[in-house]
Ligand binder design. Structure first.
Ligand SMILES: NC(=O)c1ccc[n+]([C@@H]2O[C@H](COP(=O)([O-])OP(=O)(O)OC[C@H]3O[C@@H](n4cnc5c(N)ncnc54)[C@H](OP(=O)(O)O)[C@@H]3O)[C@@H](O)[C@H]2O)c1
Length: 331
């Protein structure tokens, strides 16, 4: 776990830009939620370093087109960014997007699963609490549906594509919220009475880490050719808190103003993760390094790993219902 001192000094660190023309030119990337914030900056950089194609995967096509225009004017590189529709609140949308990516893209070198939402009110999407649907279920559904295409890319081009899930150190502060739901996870996450919405975003990020880590153990690079890592961008000055109540937002914005990275600086962590080496597989990467030592011991312990398996089992049961056979194709 990170001490306050380590957190502040890490926040102030100037991070390197590790995705370069050398590593990214001619490659194809998908960045979810790239109409704004960290996703937009990461996509802009990938266009700048002459990726062949960068898919701006967004729920709002108009916002996606505005992002594309901003990217093209900032980089002077046209014809690289493409706007595709993806709404993680709809399983059909995720399946349609994955089908289109599988059929239309020649290759997928990197999938940055950046889109997430922070909500403080309980609402359902696809029969699950919306944060759970968007940040967890659809995020892993998209991963599972696109891994075969990434494995095919790995074999055809003799490379290691990256599946990068954007998580958060905030998740490690959600132990209490996790302890209160872990014995009956999906049912409790779905019950407004047992849902502490003040903790829901952080809890969703913890569950992403647990499930992502476990999935990486099921899918070693030797089997799929794909590197799966979990990146923490640190506290950044984005508008992520725009959906929560005013006073809470004010607190977050104030702390981010004092300690937050600029959006561009934060995006460098995503860019590192999408080119990181095999040693990052299954790992927590932060400040452009593998930083597994920052994962609290209750998460990395033997018991934590068992929890990771149980969480993955619950998620995979839902995925199998939503898209029958999707897991057997990959695992
Ligand atoms: N900012 C931070 O301090 C911080 C810290 C740690 C981790 N993170 C993580 O970094 C990632 C990017 O966040 P950000 O700070 O850049 O926030 P942001 O500016 O709010 O970006 C989030 C993106 O996710 C998209 N999104 C939300 N719901 C969606 C849905 N149903 N379907 C498809 N896309 C959806 C948003 O689209 P709309 O514009 O249409 O809403 C937006 O493009 C997130 O995973 C977040 O958890 C951020």
């Amino acid at each position: 776990m990170v001490s306050s001192w380590e957190f502040v000094s890490e926040q102030r660190q100037k991070l390197p830009v590790l995705a370069t023309t050398e590593t990214c030119a001619g490659k194809t990337y998908i960045v979810t939620g790239s109409n704004t914030g960290l996703g937009l900056e990461a996509a802009k950089h990938l266009v700048r370093v002459r990726a062949k194609k960068v898919i701006i995967a967004v729920r709002n096509l108009k916002a996606g087109e505005a992002a594309k225009a901003e990217i093209e004017s900032a980089t002077n590189n046209r014809g690289i960014a493409e706007v595709w529709h993806l709404d993680l609140a709809s399983f059909e949308s995720v399946k349609d997007f994955a089908k289109m990516a599988t059929e239309k893209l020649d290759r997928i070198d990197g999938l940055i699963e950046n889109a997430s939402i922070a909500l403080d009110k309980f609402a359902l999407a696809e029969g699950y609490e919306s944060t759970v649907t968007i940040n967890i279920l659809s995020t892993f559904l998209l991963a599972i549906l696109l891994i075969p295409k990434m494995t095919e890319t790995a074999k055809r081009f003799n490379i290691q594509p990256h599946l990068t899930i954007v998580t958060s150190e905030a998740g490690f502060a959600a132990k209490e919220a996790f302890d209160s739901v872990k014995d009956n996870l999906m049912t409790k996450l779905n019950d407004p009475k047992t849902s502490d919405m003040n903790q829901r975003y952080a809890l969703s990020k913890l569950l992403q880490y647990f499930a992502g880590h476990h999935l990486a153990t099921l899918l070693p690079v030797s089997k799929t050719g794909v590197i799966l890592n979990l990146v923490n961008p640190g506290l950044c000055r984005t508008a992520l808190s725009r959906h929560v109540r005013f006073l809470w937002r004010l607190q977050i914005v104030t702390v981010a103003y004092l300690l937050g990275r600029t959006v561009e600086m934060g995006s460098r962590t995503l860019l590192h993760a999408v080119v990181a080496g095999e040693e990052s597989h299954g790992c927590y990467v932060s400040a452009c390094e593998v930083r597994e030592h920052q994962v609290p011991s209750w998460v990395n312990s033997e018991d934590g790993r068992k929890q990771g398996k149980l969480i993955w089992d619950e998620i995979s049961r839902v995925l199998e219902t939503v898209s029958p056979g999707c897991l057997s194709e990959v695992l």
